[in-house]
Design a protein around this ligand. Structure first.
Ligand SMILES: C[S@@+](CC[C@H](N)C(=O)[O-])C[C@H]1O[C@@H](n2cnc3c(N)ncnc32)[C@H](O)[C@@H]1O
Length: 316
């Protein structure tokens, strides 16, 4: 089925919780760094006063176009920008905001991207192995990676980004198969995984393999590590940063960064007392991650692995 490019099929996750925890000042400036289908932006626009300034950003030009069209009715929505979120500081300068009262990051990919066969994100539909959030970025596609990386490099991708059991076995199978035929489609990759994986959990393994390649293609974990400190430094005092993650690799990065920023101390853990004098930059709003209710998971199964963590900027 060809998705209707004008509408979004993406169901936003933990919407009420995000709106509740992100908005401190209804007249403030807010930015959603992963605008996607615009669901969180819409909910924020509906809650914010007309004086508020709301911005969106996405690396995917199709998501940007769709969200611009779908949210045109809201006066609060000032701009939807096409950029990677690691460019936050430059984008803030361009749009003329010194600081934000709320920053949202909803990681992963949208249902719109997953549904579009031509993007290559889904193992359930045949399509080219692309997987770039921004097809115009000049980054290597998933096909270019699996046809060119060495066995060791592929093993590292599957181990570090997919937490796949026996990653070398799968990498070896890919290297052997590509000697006879270039691997260019999602079906080519799916067939190798099905043939060479020992796991009885077909869908879980395929999801891990596709996740690993997507993270490698888009440099997702490096993007996240780069943007978190910028988010905190872009927050006004009392401003909040909310991050929704979908797997343990993302959540670990967020959890560690939030804990470090809330402690401020950069001393080696072995030292009995703090000697660095570092001051906390944020306060943890959520001590434990917020997860979707049973009802939300039932109505939107893709929400099941979501974890929301929020911090509040201290006046330093
Ligand atoms: C889960 S979706 C967001 C859905 C959105 N919250 C909604 O309500 O529709 C994640 C989005 O993040 C975007 N994205 C991923 N990495 C990005 C990056 N480094 N910079 C900007 N956008 C990114 C993807 O293109 C995708 O549209």
């Amino acid at each position: 089925m060809i998705p209707d490019a004008r509408r979004s099929s993406h169901e936003p996750v933990l919407v009420a919780e995000v709106v509740d925890l992100l908005i401190g000042n209804p007249k403030g400036a807010y930015i959603d760094l992963t605008a996607g289908g615009g669901g969180h932006l819409r909910a924020l626009a509906e809650k914010l006063g007309l004086d508020a300034r709301l911005y969106g950003l996405d690396r995917d030009p199709e998501a940007v176009d769709r969200t611009r069209r779908n949210l045109a009715e809201f006066r609060q929505v000032r701009q939807i920008v096409h950029a990677a979120y690691s460019d936050l500081k430059a984008v803030a300068g361009r749009i003329g905001e010194d600081g934000f009262n709320g920053v949202l990051i909803d990681l992963g990919l949208s249902s719109d991207q997953l549904a579009e066969a031509g993007r290559g994100f889904s193992f359930s539909v045949d399509g080219p192995l692309d997987m770039r959030f921004d097809p115009g970025s000049g980054r290597a596609t998933a096909a270019e990676l699996i046809n060119s990386l060495s066995k060791n490099e592929l093993t590292a991708v599957f181990r570090d980004y997919g937490e796949i059991k026996q990653p070398a076995r799968l990498a070896g199978a890919i290297v052997r198969e590509r000697q006879t035929k270039m691997l260019t489609t999602t079906t080519d990759l799916t067939a190798i995984v099905e043939k060479h994986s020992y796991s009885r959990h077909r869908n879980k393994t395929l999801a891990q393999v596709f996740q690993a390649l997507r993270i490698a293609v888009n440099g997702e974990l490096d993007e996240l590590k780069a943007v978190l400190p910028d988010c905190v430094s872009c927050l006004n005092p009392d401003g909040r940063l909310a991050v929704i993650s979908y797997h343990s690799l993302e959540d670990r990065i967020v959890k560690r960064f939030f804990r470090k920023s809330a402690s401020g101390c950069t001393c080696p853990p072995k030292l009995p007392v703090c000697v660095c004098g570092g001051k906390p930059q944020v306060e943890l709003v959520t001590r434990r991650p917020i997860v979707p209710s049973e009802e939300e998971v039932k109505s939107n199964p893709r929400s099941r692995s979501a974890r929301l963590r929020v911090v509040r900027r201290l006046a330093t």
